[in-house]
Design a protein around this ligand. Structure first.
Ligand SMILES: [Zn+2]
Length: 182
């Protein structure tokens, strides 16, 4: 059985290798009985080590600075009861599409099957609550012009929704290019 650190390391490596995050972009967390374990601020997801994970729970002073998205992750766990893990990435085609529409509608079979419609939530003061609310109904949501937030029963599952979204977004972009040509 893989340890939690191994899961963080392997999923982070895959996110980076697939170009779903830049060298120090994105963040990930896993729910704990009383709080969560999250990647530290500015940690390189492709090269995580034990020191890059921070436990955050009531009464415990975090050892290192948690990701600046901590409040977002906490809001997601509070709203989406079945979420056990959250992955935030910067999938480039999905980000581009988030700047031109209020939702992303996959046209490929896998995207339609796993994701259905992917909401785009505008940034701003209420973004944490808006994202968390959207994740009650959807596996993945995109913050406009920023990136995706996926929740799942494990980091692996949240990675899956993230990579399915980016594949669908790239297909949508290619489709758009083809339609302009014909
Ligand atoms: Zn981000």
């Amino acid at each position: 059985m893989t340890s939690l650190l191994e899961e963080f390391e392997q999923v982070g490596r895959d996110l980076y290798a697939a170009g779903l995050v830049s060298s120090h972009g994105g963040n990930m967390s896993v729910r704990q009985r009383e709080g969560l374990i999250i990647t530290s601020h500015g940690s390189p997801l492709g090269h995580l080590a034990q020191g890059d994970l921070v436990e955050v729970r009531p009464g415990l002073e975090p050892r290192v600075e948690p990701s600046i998205d901590l409040a977002l992750h906490q809001a997601i766990y509070a709203a989406a009861r079945e979420a056990e893990a959250v992955v935030h990435a910067h999938p480039r085609h999905a980000i581009a599409l988030s700047l031109v529409g209020k939702e992303i509608r996959p046209q490929d079979l896998e995207g339609q099957h796993y994701l259905g419609v992917v909401p785009v939530v505008p940034g701003g003061d209420n973004v944490a609550q808006a994202l968390a609310d959207a994740l009650r109904q959807h596996r993945i949501v995109v913050m406009a012009g920023h990136g995706s937030y996926a929740c799942g029963e494990s980091l692996w599952q949240a990675l899956q929704w993230t990579s399915v979204l980016e594949e669908s977004a790239e297909v949508l972009w290619l489709l758009q290019a083809l339609r302009h040509k014909t």
